[in-house]
Design a protein around this ligand. Structure first.
Ligand SMILES: [Zn+2]
Length: 286
C-alpha cells in the first residue's frame, strides 16, 4: 500500500484577534505550525493504535496534523467513517474519539480533521444524482482522479456537508480542513447554479469555454462567491460551537485558478489560515 505525506506550505492570513477577549491570539497564531498529513484514507484509517501513532508523531516534533478519519475508496462515500455521525451508512470504530483522547494526553498535538469535500465515488453519487456537478452539455461530471465525480456546493449537498461538520465539531477537535470545494474546467451547469446565477445576474449562466469578456468575468465572480458562500456558512457553524476550531481549505495555486474558481483573494476572508497542498512524498511513510 502506497501512502503519501503532504507538506503544507502555509502563510498565516492577516486576521487580527478581535474576536477573543483581550486580543489574545488563537492557537494557530501563537507559533509556527509544523503540520503532518499522513494519507491513511487509501489504506486503513485505524492501521495503528491511536496511542502509538500519537506518540510517534509527537516524537518527530510535529505540533499539528491533518488527521484522516474517512476512507476514500475511489472517492468519498458514507461507509468508511471512523467517527460518530447519524449520516454514516456503517458503524465503524470511533477512532477519532480515541485519537483525540490520546493526543490531549501526549504533548498537545493539535488535530485538524481532513475532509475531502470534492471527490466522491460513483456508488455514493448514484444515490444523490441531483447533487452532481454538471457539464455545459448537460452530462454529469465523471473521471475525477479517473474513478469518481464531484458534487456541487450550490445543490442541496451543502446541507449534508454542514451536518457532517456539526458531527465533527461535537468532538474536541482543533480544526477542520476542507480539500475543496472546487469547480472543474467543464463545470458547473447544474440547475442550482443556473437558478442562482439567474437570480443574481438576471441572465443565463455564461459558457466556460469562452474565457474572455464580461460574461466570463461574471462567471468567475459567481463561482468564487459560491465557494465563499459555502465556506462562510461552514465557518459560522464551526465558530458557533467553538471559535478555537480553526477552519481553512486547500487553497488556490500560484497560477491560473479559473478552472476551479479557487481564488485566494476572495476565499481568504472566510478562513483562518491560507494554505495550499504541495510537496507530496510518495511511498510507505508510516
Ligand atoms: Zn452546480
Amino acid at each position: 500500500m502506497s501512502l503519501r505525506v503532504i507538506v503544507f506550505l502555509l502563510a498565516a492570513c492577516n486576521v487580527f484577534c478581535q474576536d477573543l477577549p483581550g486580543g489574545a491570539a488563537h492557537w494557530w497564531e501563537q507559533e509556527p505550525l509544523r503540520i503532518l498529513h499522513l494519507v491513511t484514507s487509501m489504506g486503513q484509517i485505524n492501521f495503528m493504535p491511536a496511542r502509538e501513532l500519537v506518540r510517534k508523531k509527537a516524537a518527530l516534533y510535529f505540533n499539528t496534523e491533518h488527521l484522516e478519519v474517512m476512507n476514500l475508496p475511489a472517492g468519498l462515500d458514507d461507509e468508511g467513517w471512523f467517527f460518530r455521525s447519524p449520516l454514516a451508512a456503517r458503524m465503524n470504530p470511533d477512532y477519532l474519539g480515541e485519537y483525540l483522547h490520546e493526543a490531549k494526553k501526549h504533548g498537545g498535538l493539535r488535530i485538524i480533521v481532513y475532509f475531502d469535500v470534492t471527490w466522491f465515488n460513483k456508488q455514493f453519487a448514484a444515490k444523490h444524482p441531483e447533487w452532481l456537478q454538471i457539464r455545459e452539455d448537460g452530462t454529469p461530471l465523471d473521471g475525477i482522479f479517473s474513478t469518481g465525480t464531484a458534487l456541487c456546493i450550490n445543490s442541496p449537498y451543502r446541507e449534508w456537508l454542514f451536518q457532517v461538520v456539526r458531527d465533527l465539531c461535537a468532538y474536541p477537535i482543533d480544526g477542520i480542513f476542507f480539500d475543496g470545494p472546487i469547480f472543474y474546467p467543464e463545470t458547473c451547469f447544474c440547475r442550482y447554479c443556473r437558478e442562482k446565477f439567474k437570480t443574481q445576474y438576471g441572465l443565463p449562466l455564461p459558457s466556460k469555454k469562452e474565457r474572455r469578456g464580461k460574461a466570463f468575468a461574471d462567471l468567475m465572480k459567481f463561482q468564487a462567491e459560491s465557494l465563499a458562500d459555502a465556506l462562510r456558512d461552514t465557518r459560522r457553524i464551526i465558530k458557533g460551537v467553538n471559535p478555537e476550531i480553526a477552519f481553512y481549505m486547500n487553497g488556490g495555486v500560484r497560477g491560473a485558478n479559473w478552472a476551479t474558481a479557487r481564488f485566494n483573494r476572495v476565499l481568504v476572508a472566510e478562513q483562518d489560515l491560507l494554505g495550499s497542498e504541495g510537496g507530496f512524498l510518495n511511498g510507505d511513510l508510516k
